[in-house]
Ligand binder design. Structure first.
Ligand code: FMN
Length: 219
């Protein structure tokens, strides 16, 4: 800690959402509820409302987390794109379970998801890759994401090599090691901050019967 930086122990924000989140406000299914809150986050406006923290674990259960961008959602789940050989890609391949956190602090809201992960189809990956900016497409070819690299110059050289390789190619194909993962939720929890730390937590949970149940959790 330096200078006038306050100590984290003393930092707190009193939440004051007037409305909270009640069972009668909640949509009938998690994806309609998510669509409502996502629309609110975009309209707020929040910076990078589609940024989410992806939690994975390796085959021994050791966890790791990082931010990624949500690139699609529907009743089937939440889709993100990444390098399959990255740390997260390797962990999801060895242990296909993940968590997601949407940290929408300025709205005093959070959405948390847990579920099983699968790869999206190659066709889905190709159609998303095709609409990425060319610079991002080249970056996906140039970067061996999560590998140790000697220095920035080495990365720049890989990028230039990719640019040369595809100079005459109008539509750059998706690298074979790059693609989408879909998190198919088993739980989706909507958290709304309230005064006195009596926050609202309503969770959709896929019961063993295959039916979604809604449960209120203590804050
Ligand atoms: C706002 C933000 C968005 C990001 N979006 C992505 C993304 O969509 N896909 C991705 O692979 N990495 C994304 N990253 C980078 C990851 O956080 C991470 O550094 C990278 O994927 C390597 O993670 P890993 O080594 O755990 O696999 C993003 C980072 C930030 C800060």
């Amino acid at each position: 800690m330096t200078g006038d930086t306050p100590a984290p122990a003393g930092m707190r924000n009193e939440y004051d959402a007037d409305l909270g989140l009640t069972e009668s406000d909640l949509a009938a299914d998690w994806h309609t509820q998510f669509a409502r809150w996502f629309a609110d986050a975009v309209a707020h406006p929040l910076p990078e409302p589609n940024a989410m923290v992806l939690g994975t674990a390796d085959a021994q259960g050791r966890p790791s987390g990082r931010t990624v961008l949500l690139k699609g959602y529907d009743a089937e789940g939440f889709v993100l794109y990444t390098n399959h050989l990255s740390r997260k890609g390797a962990e999801l391949t060895a242990n296909p379970w993940a968590s997601l956190v949407f940290p929408w602090f300025p709205m005093q809201r959070q959405v948390t998801v847990t579920g099983r992960v699968e790869r999206v189809t190659r066709a889905e990956t190709e159609s998303y890759f095709a609409v990425r900016p060319r610079g991002s497409q080249l970056g996906a070819w140039a970067s061996t994401q999560s590998a140790v690299v000697p220095d920035r110059a080495a990365l720049d050289a890989e990028y230039r090599a990719a640019a040369e390789r595809f100079a005459a190619v109008e539509q750059i194909p998706a690298p074979p090691h790059w693609g989408g993962f879909r998190v198919r939720p088993e739980t989706v929890e909507f958290w709304q901050g309230r005064a006195g730390r009596l926050h609202d937590r309503l969770r959709f949970r896929l019961a063993e019967s295959g039916v979604w149940v809604v449960e209120r959790l203590a804050p």
